[in-house]
Unconditional design. Structure first.
Length: 556
């Protein structure tokens, strides 16, 4: 697309002595390979009918007769449609994705579960989306650092500690050894639920949990690792991190750098104190607040009356630490949609405190994950809520006895279901259709690749696409689809929109299936050309699934 855009930009300059931006689109195949409305853009400026301008540009191309051009025509009020030669089509189909982000450094922060709590379905979605956005940026040439920011201090930890000590009968760290590895995540989750309930219903427990909250900050400040309370805390915190690491390995995402909240509170407080002196923050009833109303937002507390940093301050801390560690050009954060207004205030404060990065902060959100019937995944409704349970219910619907294949199909089904819908909207999740090989699903694309590889294996070998190849209409349709890969990947990267790649791969596989149903590939006079098409199609499908973080099984 960039190639055709350059050709038309040059043509406009030569014919009209103008430098104007030229929009290029891909029309339906019946109209050609590319189309532009540049004649209508120039009509008012040139005081001419758009078709007259289009005719001048068509005449220019017909007189120049560039090797890459097969046909150029005018349609409607002045659209110019272009069909490129089979040689150029072949060249574009073999082109690589441009390195548009080369030299740029990105921090992508996502997943962000809290220690002492279970991973839920939202964490699963954010982890998958964040990993793919990072993959796309890396493909475009960027240096990407994946980070994971979660709470290892704060009221939720104090609630969990209350539940843990309640279960243990006191601060008895040695009794933790009796809890088996596979039961630890469930134990912590149960302890948190008990503590959260007690905090709301039991005044004595409420007061004790507040005391624990202060004690947890103190043990970090004092580097206490030996008291009974501290030994229980550090042991259970490590259990959480082990659980997270095992889960991330299971779903096959790239490793993170962890930023625990305990390490960000100090830098965040330093920023808030500096901002207090500069008038960015102010004191209110013993607390320190940011008046978001001055930028059209709302007021939030950054330091409590007790002198404790809030989540807002810890978020400031992680932003400053990430910038200190990586000197990023861009920082992308992915959270649930309910954090939208909260993060606007944090980013507004960060922009005043750290003006050098004010334009580098991007916040992406995910919507609510629902079942196909519209019911929300929630424990209150008795439906699936934990990340592990989402994977379990999908696994139950996969018909394969091979554990390697079953795992690949599980991840293909879940990842594609989340990724094929625009980030930010609600997700409609149907465990049955997610594993189908006959619809718009990850396993359908995995099967399409297995099928293409099987064709190539039967042939023994295949030649790459060559500029001397002349295509029949059905062959050309598939090659034409292959030329779109680099543009789609670039758009998905620029727009941070993995769903664009999902849609393209599904359309590509569907187009190839139509081609294969109506054309013999093996033992045919045109086998050389058709096997080359199959090979290029398979290579694009393989690369596309790789960018989506989806495994490519050898057999299904």
């Amino acid at each position: 697309m960039d190639f055709v855009k350059t050709a038309f930009t040059d043509a406009v300059q030569r014919v009209f002595s103008l430098d104007v931006p030229v929009d290029i689109t891909r029309p339906d195949e019946q109209f050609g390979d590319f189309s532009t409305n540049v004649a209508m853009q120039l009509a008012k400026q040139q005081a001419k009918n758009p078709r007259e301008i289009a005719d001048q540009l068509v005449q220019y191309f017909e007189s120049e007769k560039p090797d890459w051009l097969q046909a150029v025509s005018i349609a409607g009020p002045g659209f110019i449609n272009v069909t490129i030669s089979d040689a150029m089509l072949t060249s574009l189909a073999a082109a690589t994705v441009p390195q548009t982000a080369s030299g740029q450094t990105y921090v992508v922060e996502y997943s962000c579960p809290n220690a002492f709590k279970e991973l839920h379905a939202g964490h699963l979605y954010q982890t998958i989306a964040g990993d793919v956005i990072a993959r796309l940026l890396e493909q475009s040439g960027a240096q990407v650092f994946r980070t994971n920011f979660g709470g290892d201090v704060g009221l939720h930890v104090a609630k969990a500690m209350w539940g843990i000590l309640h279960e243990l009968g006191g601060a008895l760290p040695d009794t933790l050894a009796a809890i088996q590895t596979e039961a630890r995540a469930g134990f912590l989750s149960k302890a948190y639920v008990q503590g959260a309930a007690a905090y709301e219903s039991d005044a004595e427990a409420h007061q004790l949990i507040d005391t624990y909250n202060q004690a947890i900050y103190t043990l970090h400040a004092d580097n206490d690792t030996t008291s009974d309370f501290a030994r229980v805390y550090w042991t259970c915190r490590q259990w959480s991190y082990d659980y997270f690491d095992n889960f991330y390995a299971f779903i096959d995402v790239s490793p993170f750098r962890y930023y625990p909240e305990s390490t960000t509170a100090g830098p965040g407080l330093a920023l808030v104190n500096d901002g207090l002196e500069r008038g960015i923050f102010e004191r209110s009833d013993g607390a320190v607040v940011y008046r978001g109303e001055k930028v059209g937002l709302h007021t939030r507390v950054f330091v409590t009356q007790a002198g404790l940093p809030t989540y807002e301050t810890k978020d400031l801390g992680v932003i400053s630490l990430e910038y200190q560690d990586y000197q990023f050009n861009h920082r992308i954060l992915i959270t649930g949609r309910d954090q939208t207004e909260y993060m606007k205030v944090v980013f507004a404060a960060a922009s005043e405190l750290l003006p050098a990065i004010s334009d580098d902060l991007v916040h992406l959100t995910n919507g609510i994950i629902k079942f196909a019937d519209g019911t929300k995944m929630s424990s209150r409704l008795g439906n699936v809520t934990s990340a592990h349970n989402v994977l379990e219910i999908v696994t139950e619907n996969i018909e394969s006895d091979d554990p390697v294949t079953k795992h690949a199909l599980l991840l293909g089904a879940v990842k594609y279901t989340f990724l094929r819908q625009r980030l930010g909207g609600d997700i409609s999740f149907d465990p049955v259709t997610s594993v189908s090989v006959h619809g718009n699903s990850g396993p359908y694309l995995q099967y399409a690749l297995v099928r293409a590889r099987s064709i190539l294996a039967k042939a023994g070998e295949s030649q790459p696409l060559d500029a001397v190849m002349v295509y029949e209409p059905s062959e050309r349709q598939v090659v034409r689809m292959c030329t779109q890969f680099q543009d789609v990947v670039s758009a998905a990267t620029t727009e941070l929109a993995p769903h664009l790649l999902c849609t393209y791969l599904y359309d590509l596989a569907s187009a190839f299936n139509v081609f294969y149903e109506h054309n013999r590939v093996l033992d045919d006079p045109r086998s050389t050309i058709r096997l080359a098409i199959v090979a290029r199609y398979a290579a694009i499908l393989d690369k596309g699934l790789e960018l989506l973080g989806i495994e490519r099984p050898e057999r299904m």
